[in-house]
Design a protein around this ligand. Structure first.
Ligand code: SF4
Length: 283
């Protein structure tokens, strides 16, 4: 099947999935601020800040102090000191600038073999003020082309999950374990995930979400919340003191739509932990 055929298949999948997800939620109201974001752009919802690889601008980099900027590079070069060597700035603009510096560093990274076949690195999207961070596995075809995470069919489904939770698409933070597309969309190898781990660690440290949602076993494992041979989905884990809810990856839900119900139950646990109500239903 060609990539064009893949895209058409994705579109058909999105339409089918949309109907099924709406049915599952019983017509839950989707916030007005929730709307698909055009490729490479933003919806204008809230204070959202898409952060794509290479999005660091001179002004953004200058907004953060040289010492902070250097610390980001130092910390990523030495994963053992990530937590200890960098203090997280309180201001949103400095956090945004730090993430921009980090995204720029990712955009030129060649530390593992995954850089060899990438089109673009995929750093993150969303808000540096997010109270929820979603962590997926790695970029797929569409993400690799656009340089943004979760923009294909699975991304459309993730957006519906986010909307169903009562958040705007860009009110949350979305990133992956690895920032470059694994060939044929395979799961990242352990050494690739380990090499990229300091970037993920630094992202989560800077954003400092109240809850992390691990999308799929790969993310759960790399956040230390999945033990071999044990059930990993639907219970709380912890990453450096931050609660982690592990649930199925949206790409899996596209293949197994009957699993949307347990995923919705997982998302409701997150909402309860954050003290948020389930959005009211129509009618
Ligand atoms: S996957 Fe991560 S560590 Fe590997 S080349 Fe890409 S940014 Fe660098």
């Amino acid at each position: 099947m060609s990539e064009r055929d893949d895209e058409l298949s994705d579109i058909a999948e999105i339409v089918r999935e949309h109907v099924e997800w709406e049915a599952l939620l019983g017509g839950a109201v989707v916030p007005a601020s929730f709307a698909p974001m055009p490729a490479g752009g933003k919806t204008g919802a809230g204070s959202a800040t898409p952060v794509s690889a290479g999005s660091g601008t001179p002004s953004a980099s200058n907004a953060v102090s040289d010492s902070a900027s250097n610390s980001v590079s130092d910390s990523v070069s030495n994963s053992a000191s990530v937590s200890d060597s960098v203090s997280v700035p309180a201001s949103a603009s400095d956090r945004r600038a730090l993430l921009s510096v980090l995204a720029t560093e990712v955009s030129t990274c060649t530390r593992c073999r995954l850089h060899e076949k990438r089109t673009r690195t995929v750093f993150a999207r969303g808000s540096e003020n997010a109270e929820i961070a979603f962590v997926g596995e790695g970029p797929g075809y569409n993400e690799d082309q656009q340089g943004l995470p979760f923009v294909g069919a699975a991304g459309q489904l993730l957006d519906k999950m986010i909307g169903a939770m009562g958040y705007g698409r860009d009110e949350v933070y979305v990133c992956n374990v690895v920032k470059c597309r694994p060939p044929e969309n395979r799961t990242p190898l352990p050494d690739e995930a380990a090499t990229c781990e300091p970037f993920l660690t630094r992202q989560l440290e800077v954003v400092a979400p109240k809850v992390i949602i691990a999308l799929g076993r790969c993310a759960a494992e790399n956040l230390g919340c999945a033990e071999p041979g044990r059930s990993w989905r639907g219970s709380w884990g912890s990453w450096r003191g931050v609660p982690v809810m592990a649930t199925y990856h949206p790409a899996y839900l596209l293949r197994s739509p009957e699993m949307k119900r347990p995923v919705w139950e997982d998302l409701q646990k997150v909402m309860a932990r954050l003290g948020r109500d389930v959005p009211s239903r129509k009618g």
